[in-house]
Design a protein around this ligand. Structure first.
Ligand SMILES: NC(=O)C1=CN([C@@H]2O[C@H](COP(=O)(O)OP(=O)(O)OC[C@H]3O[C@@H](n4cnc5c(N)ncnc54)[C@H](OP(=O)(O)O)[C@@H]3O)[C@@H](O)[C@H]2O)C=CC1
Ligand SMILES: O=C(CO)[C@H](O)[C@H](O)COP(=O)(O)O
Length: 470
């Protein structure tokens, strides 16, 4: 019987395409999916490589070289546990399982500990790039069992995206760091997508642009410093016609955004770590808010408003480009700051320079701007916050004034721009020497004797606020 170097469980969008990618690079690989339709699809798309899958998990496992290498690309959550449970009795000690789905990092920690106790290798690996990335070169974020990663390094480097000949995959760090970094990647993805959605709103409802004009703007920006995968995708959306109606498809899509959880987890963890990422939070909330359609319709009738910006269109368009650039910097800065904190709290020993490097290609948040971010962390791998880098400071100085204009104009005209506004206030808060938090501390001490620290003396203090002073 033919033996295979690696087996994939889950032959959907990601698994099937990653397997094809491996086959393109000359690896003898196979797959298993509980859905027979997926096996058929794999055979059809993998004809050139004689790619075949198994309908029986037992036969699939038996076909793999020892020690076995099995990648899971099944839906995150309990399905991952049930697949592992089914696999366990069929495996030999020393076999390796890689969970490459969007698993929650705490699940990954638990699974790694449970499997290590049973003598199996396991590591979690975030993957980004969607269908096309999986097929032709994704960015991958493996973390955990380093020896096990070494056994996969060659394959992963071969199939990954390349930037200047360098693979967009690197060992991220111990524990569940790979899945943690992928989660934060998705948080940044949410922020970027929300900023692009708000930009669309300003262009459409503020400036009254047609879809053709909106396409032209995004397409043009994608040729400059705002070049990114998400910008490219957005430009293409505004040129895609619905076969059914002949209109642009985007106009036929319900304005209620869905999500699978990684953005929400990023916000939840940021709260736990007390490390603010308000633009990512706003992006999560905006998707949730969009679901209240009937309430929005009711309130749009109760509070009707015009959104037209009465200013020169070209001037506002140019300011918007600047504003978006500033807000994109802020989005990456928040995500990377969260990684900086997580590295300390969870002892992940994250190398932000390497992370920025592997995000430059293959992944959903790849962008021209990541090259500058990579340079910032190359200059100073210990950089706590992106805003401390002098080149990034120059970019912010040049673009934040227009971010302020765009936020002001949008708010004045009733256009909801929570991501833009939060990016600006995050910037303003961080560059404020003395925030009004002294008042918060005074209030806490007043009503709850929670104490405060003084500016002129070390120690913890409490005032008798209710006793009148002379
Ligand atoms: N799509 C994307 O762009 C990205 C997805 N991811 C993550 O990758 C993972 C896979 O995503 P994706 O490929 O999109 O998902 P799909 O739903 O397209 O594919 C998952 C496949 O796994 C199969 N499956 C489910 N349960 C089992 C089981 N017990 N045994 C074997 N096969 C099973 C499914 O079959 P059935 O449909 O019959 O249930 C399906 O064919 C997820 O964690 C996702 O979050 C990560 C990055 C990008
Ligand atoms: O991981 C991904 C991209 O990086 C997936 O596409 C993910 O599903 C996106 O998240 P959501 O479905 O919540 O928008």
């Amino acid at each position: 019987m033919k033996t295979y170097t690696l087996g994939m469980i889950g032959l959907g969008t990601m698994g099937r395409n990653l397997l094809l990618n491996m086959a393109d690079h000359g690896y003898q690989v196979t797959g298993y999916d509980k859905d027979p339709k997926m096996l058929k699809t794999l055979e059809e798309v993998g004809k050139a490589h004689d790619l075949k899958g198994f309908a029986s998990l037992e036969d699939f496992v038996q076909s793999l070289e020892l020690p076995r290498r099995i990648v899971l690309l099944v839906p995150a959550g309990p399905i991952v546990d049930s697949v592992i449970q089914e696999l366990e009795p069929l495996l030999s000690k020393g076999d390796l399982i890689i969970d490459s789905g969007n698993s929650h990092f705490t699940d990954t920690s638990r699974r790694a500990a449970e499997l290590a106790e049973k003598g199996f290798h396991f590591f979690g690996m975030g993957i980004s790039g969607g269908e096309e990335g999986a097929r032709f070169g994704p960015s991958m974020m493996p973390g955990g069992d380093k020896a096990a990663y070494s056994a996969m390094k060659e394959i992963l480097e071969a199939i990954s995206a390349k930037v200047n000949g360098e693979p967009c995959v690197t060992y991220i760090g111990p524990g569940a760091s790979g899945h943690f970094v992928k989660m934060v990647h998705n948080g940044i993805e949410y922020a970027m997508m929300q900023l692009l959605a708000e930009t669309y709103d300003i262009l459409k409802n503020g400036l009254g642009y047609t879809n053709e004009q909106i396409h032209r703007v995004f397409d043009q920006w994608n040729k400059g410093r705002l070049q990114s995968f998400l910008m490219e995708v957005t430009a293409e959306v505004f040129a895609f016609t619905d076969e059914k109606t002949g209109k642009l498809l985007v106009d036929m899509i319900k304005d209620e955004a869905k999500s699978k959880g990684t953005g929400k987890w990023t916000s939840q963890v940021s709260m736990d770590l007390q490390l603010p990422i308000p633009t990512i939070n706003e992006a999560v909330s905006s998707r949730d808010l969009s679901k209240f359609k009937s309430l929005r319709v009711e309130l749009s009738e109760a509070f009707p408003h015009a959104t037209k910006i009465a200013e020169n269109q070209q001037k506002v368009e140019a300011e918007l480009e600047q504003a978006l650039y500033a807000a994109m910097i802020v989005s990456y800065a928040q995500g990377l700051h969260l990684l900086w904190q997580a590295s300390i709290t969870y002892e992940y020993k994250l190398n932000l320079h390497e992370i920025a490097k592997i995000w430059r290609g293959g992944c959903i948040i790849r962008a021209e701007l990541l090259e500058d971010i990579y340079q910032a962390y190359s200059k100073n791998p210990e950089l706590e916050h992106l805003f401390s880098d002098s080149a990034i400071q120059d970019k912010l100085k040049a673009t934040v004034p227009d971010l302020r204009k765009i936020v002001g104009l949008s708010i004045e005209n009733g256009i909801p721009v929570s991501a833009y506004a939060s990016a600006l206030t995050y910037f303003d808060s961080l560059r404020t020497k003395r925030l009004p938090s002294n008042l918060t501390q005074a209030q806490r001490d007043f009503f709850g004797a929670h104490t405060f620290e003084r500016t002129d003396e070390e120690g913890i203090f409490h005032a008798l606020w209710n006793q009148p002073t002379l």
